[in-house]
Design a protein around this ligand. Structure first.
Ligand SMILES: *Cc1c(COP(=O)(O)O)cnc(C)c1O
Ligand SMILES: [Zn+2]
Length: 413
């Protein structure tokens, strides 16, 4: 692939040809990063060409993706999700410009569809017959969907924390689901060992360098939707750190190609009970495994698999990392729905909970443009939202009961 220079180890720097490594560094086992030939790419790729491109999904950025052909990947619509201006909410929070990138609009309801799409295209190029994944739910859902109609078997290691709406997607799309009575980290390890033992292709976050590449298309879209500018701040929830690292890669790509001049500040949001990245960043120390627990099931990770690149993104962007409590996350779900019309799953609503904290701490400048990346749809985890919502009272089917109920609610006098 001419547009790719090499796959470089982020740990020891070893450069691999794309034919030499599928996953991690062959010398030290470190994660790999895809390096591009920007000179070559800039001959084919420009703002002008994008303006003429009528393909409004993530594949409009093919020139910057590590695959040659996506024609065999089922064309469910991945990417080009809306970037909503939230004027009233911005006013309430006293910030100039607030936008929400609604990744819940992807086919399986989360940003993971972007990463899976590239991993699946890559697996096809390598003529793989089995693709495997372990995830907190969303990544596996997207993999199950994108491979459903393909001549490829999909094996999913699902930790028991996966909520039913995420589990049902795996089953409905026909993946082989192996439920694991353990954490995401334990499922990840089983997946990794199975991939080695049986020679499967792995989609696992961090381990597969291509998932990050898919996720970076979210950053491309944000720039394009903001008329070829990066925002000042990008607020994103982090578990493994792949989304954060992927977004940063996207902004970096566009900057190297001269499409954006200024880079944004990246802000990582983690749940208080699952905060290995925030902890390492804020104490300037090594990443340490935690015993993770949070209602935000998409970001419950003991040992983040893409921490090195996530931390690099925070450092290079002069960014910030903060935590929010489960209670703040749960309260943020109906609040975001009522104030911005977006029903987010807990990890998505966490970004809004974090924004309120940042505003209260004076960390957002008055004239700044802030983008919240809401990573997943609220319908993917209804039990969490239900915890903070009132029970519905059932009445007899009479008008008298209607009147009584409306009065009880204080809706009429
Ligand atoms: C996966 C996910 C994240 C965070 O992604 P990481 O790459 O694990 O940091 C955030 N929000 C949602 C909804 C997700 O599915
Ligand atoms: Zn290495």
């Amino acid at each position: 692939m001419k547009k790719i220079l090499n796959l470089q180890c982020i740990n020891c720097g070893k450069e691999h040809k794309t034919s030499e490594a599928n996953f991690v560094c062959t010398a030290c086992g470190g994660n790999l990063e895809v390096n591009y030939d920007y000179k070559l790419i800039s001959k084919r790729f420009s703002i002008g060409k994008l303006k003429d491109n009528r393909e409004f999904d993530m594949w409009r950025y093919m020139d910057l993706l590590p695959i040659n052909d996506h024609d065999k990947v089922p064309h469910v619509h991945v990417g080009w999700t809306p970037l909503y201006p939230c004027k009233d909410l911005a006013k309430e929070l006293h910030i100039s410009n607030l936008f929400i990138k609604d990744e819940g609009r992807n086919p399986t309801g989360s940003i993971k569809d972007r990463g899976s799409a590239v991993a699946v295209a890559r697996a096809l190029e390598l003529e793989q017959e089995v693709i495997a994944d372990a995830s907190t739910g969303n990544a596996s859902d997207s993999l199950a969907c994108l491979t459903a109609s393909m001549p490829m078997k999909t094996v999913i290691f699902a930790p028991k924390s996966v909520p039913d709406p995420k589990l049902v997607q795996l089953l409905v799309y026909g993946a082989e689901v192996i439920g694991v009575d353990g954490s995401y980290d334990e499922a990840f390890e089983l997946c990794k060992q199975s991939v080695q033992k049986y020679g499967w292709y792995s989609r696992a976050a961090g381990f597969n360098p291509f998932t990050r590449e898919g996720k970076k298309t979210c950053a491309f879209e944000i720039c394009e939707q903001l008329d070829w500018e990066a925002p000042d701040k990008v607020v994103v929830a982090a578990g493994d750190g792949t989304v954060l690292a992927g977004l940063w890669k996207g902004f970096t790509d566009f900057n190297k190609l001269g499409i954006i001049e200024r880079m944004p500040q990246m802000i990582a949001v983690q749940a208080e009970g699952s905060a290995a990245i925030a902890e390492a960043f804020n104490t300037h120390s090594e990443v340490k495994s935690v015993s993770a627990h949070t209602v935000a099931d998409s970001i419950v990770v003991n040992y983040p698999r893409d921490a090195a690149l996530a931390l690099q993104a925070l450092q290079e962007s002069n960014g910030m990392a903060l935590t929010v409590t489960d209670e703040e996350i749960l309260q943020a779900i109906p609040e975001l729905a009522r104030k911005a019309n977006i029903f987010a799953e807990p990890a998505g609503a966490a970004t809004y909970a974090a924004l309120k904290k940042l505003v209260a701490q004076g960390k957002i400048e008055r004239d700044e443009t802030v983008v919240l990346v809401v990573g997943g749809n609220g319908l993917k985890d209804i039990d969490s939202a239900m915890q903070v919502l009132p029970k519905v009272c059932v009445i007899p089917p009479t008008m008298a009961a209607v009147e009584q109920e409306l009065k009880a609610k204080g809706f009429i006098k």
